[in-house]
Write a protein that binds this ligand. Structure first.
Ligand code: PFF
Length: 492
């Protein structure tokens, strides 16, 4: 019998880890990033990014969580009281991401419903931006809440609360064990159907054929392609968000961390490459039927899921009534299991410091999270969501990776972490891994961080800067408050 807050077995842990990694990033981000960064030639930097950043970094969080069995704020406090605030700073980032991730789940629920009767009509662009979001670039739009979105976002929060407030294995564990295999199964059906569509092969060709220019070596050394590959792996594997650290702190003894992390990373990438085949088959089909070049059809994010694909489902006749709902179910399963994982780091940290039960911590997280989410349900919501997403990914996510590498690579004795990772594995992490964590990742990601933030800063409009500064103030103030609040647990 598993203890409270302990995975019942390594399989449940693995499903939860895959559930966290496989999300919107795999379905709507990867196909576009791969295509717009050279198609087939993107594969080389992508594999390097998995091997040199993705897999090595997974082991940092696995090792730390498994060794300390505590949240980051508590681990840091035990190293030195002064560091606790850094822990809360890192922990607040997945939570802020969760507040808008839930809004996307809300849109998805509406589209799932509409897909049964193609309720978006012939003009899918106008429907999404105007009829549904009532989108405006006027900041005053924040005061006009769009009721259907408000309701579906509330519903998304209820689902998240319902699953995550229950015992670990009965809630989160069970949800991932059911939803992840189902997601893979349904997605396989969509992909196999898509590749039979006319025009599919042109789409797949476009995705995988390397777009070499006149100077192939120069092309391959293009910095932007490398940055895109590293960025995709960071996003897709949810690196630096303390999710893996929290999940592995729930592990019982005797689990082979090296094998587990490797399987999670490979499954995540296999899923995104496989899904991209389906997405490009569909795009190839659309390009053929509507005589629009693939270049003009392909887009990423909300545009792909809520504008381009619905218009393809429109052209599919009766098959669209099946493929459409299946696609939005997949998107829902992928997003909800990722959202559940974004609850966990802060929930575990609140329990650690304030002695709250899992039930109570998730209640606070979901209520406050929902209140924050309301801003995205307004007419100005999608603009805010885009600004927050850019800032948190560009500024927050990369910074947390660097912070974790410095803490566990430099401040804490890295040999102890290595010992924990290797404990139950025949394949051992050694000098090379240590070099990657201490030097390679901080330098590469540090460079990306400086470049990205500089570009952002230079190109920013006034409103975007103001909004991001407000967000930054929240990201600094809340951790300070949480640090100052007295702990209710003796050994904290
Ligand atoms: N890895 C998941 C995805 O690809 O969608 C979830 C995720 C959450 C990614 C948060 C990135 C992120 F900032």
């Amino acid at each position: 019998m598993a203890e409270k807050n302990q995975w019942e077995n390594a399989f449940t842990f693995m499903m939860a880890m895959i559930g966290s990694a496989v999300g919107l990033g795999n379905i709507w981000r990867f196909p576009y990033i791969a295509y717009s960064n050279g198609g087939g030639k993107f594969i080389i930097p992508y594999i390097v990014a998995i091997l040199c950043v993705g897999i090595p970094f997974i082991y940092v969080e696995y090792g730390a969580g498994y060794r300390f069995k505590a949240s980051l704020s508590k681990i840091l406090r035990n190293i030195n009281e002064k560091y606790e605030v850094i822990g809360w700073f890192v922990l607040i980032i997945p939570y802020l991401i969760l507040t808008y991730y839930t809004c996307i789940i809300g849109w998805n629920i509406i589209y799932l419903f509409l897909s049964f009767f193609k309720g978006w009509g012939p003009d899918t662009d106008g429907f999404f931006t105007q009829s549904m979001l009532h989108s405006t670039t006027n900041p005053m739009g924040i005061f006009s809440i769009v009721i259907p979105i408000f309701l579906s976002v509330a519903f998304a929060w209820v689902i998240i609360w319902f699953i995550s407030h229950r015992d670990l294995n009965k809630g989160l564990g069970k949800a991932c064990k059911i939803l992840i295999p189902l997601l893979f199964f349904i997605m396989a059906g969509i992909v196999f159907y898509s590749i039979t569509l006319p025009g599919a092969s042109a789409g797949i060709h476009a995705l995988f054929t390397p777009q070499w220019g006149s100077d192939p070596l120069g092309d391959l050394l293009n910095l932007n392609i490398w940055l895109a590959a590293f960025g995709q792996i960071v996003f897709s594997l949810s690196l630096g968000l303390c999710i893996m650290l929290t999940y592995s702190s729930y592990l019982p003894k005797g689990v082979n961390l090296v094998k587990n992390g490797f399987i999670v990373a490979i499954t995540n990438s296999a899923f995104e490459i496989f899904t991209a085949v389906g997405m490009f088959s569909i795009i190839g089909y659309m390009s053929l039927t509507s005589h629009v070049p693939i270049d003009n059809v392909i887009t990423d994010g909300a545009g792909l899921a809520f504008i381009v694909l619905p218009s393809v489902f429109n052209t599919m006749g009766n098959a669209g009534y099946i493929i459409g709902p299946l696609f939005f179910i997949c998107l829902f399963f992928a997003a909800i299991t990722s959202a559940l994982s974004l609850v966990e780091p802060l929930s575990a940290a609140l329990s650690d410091k304030f002695g709250m039960s899992r039930e109570k911590a998730t209640k606070y997280i979901c209520v406050v999270g929902f209140l924050i989410s309301i801003i995205y349900t307004s007419g100005y919501g999608i603009t805010l969501l885009t600004y927050f997403d850019n800032f948190l990914n560009q500024f927050g996510l990369l910074l947390t990776i660097i912070i974790e590498c410095i803490i566990f690579g430099w401040i804490y004795k890295i040999e102890d972490i290595i010992e924990t990772i290797n404990e139950n594995s025949k394949i051992k992490m050694g000098k090379l891994w240590k070099f990657i964590i201490k030097y390679f990742i901080p330098i590469v990601i540090g460079f990306m961080w400086i470049k990205g933030n500089f570009d952002n800063f230079v190109n920013e409009g006034f409103m975007k800067t103001v909004i991001q500064l407000i967000l930054l103030a929240v990201m600094i103030l809340v951790p300070i408050i949480l640090t100052k609040l007295p702990s209710k647990v003796e050994d904290y």
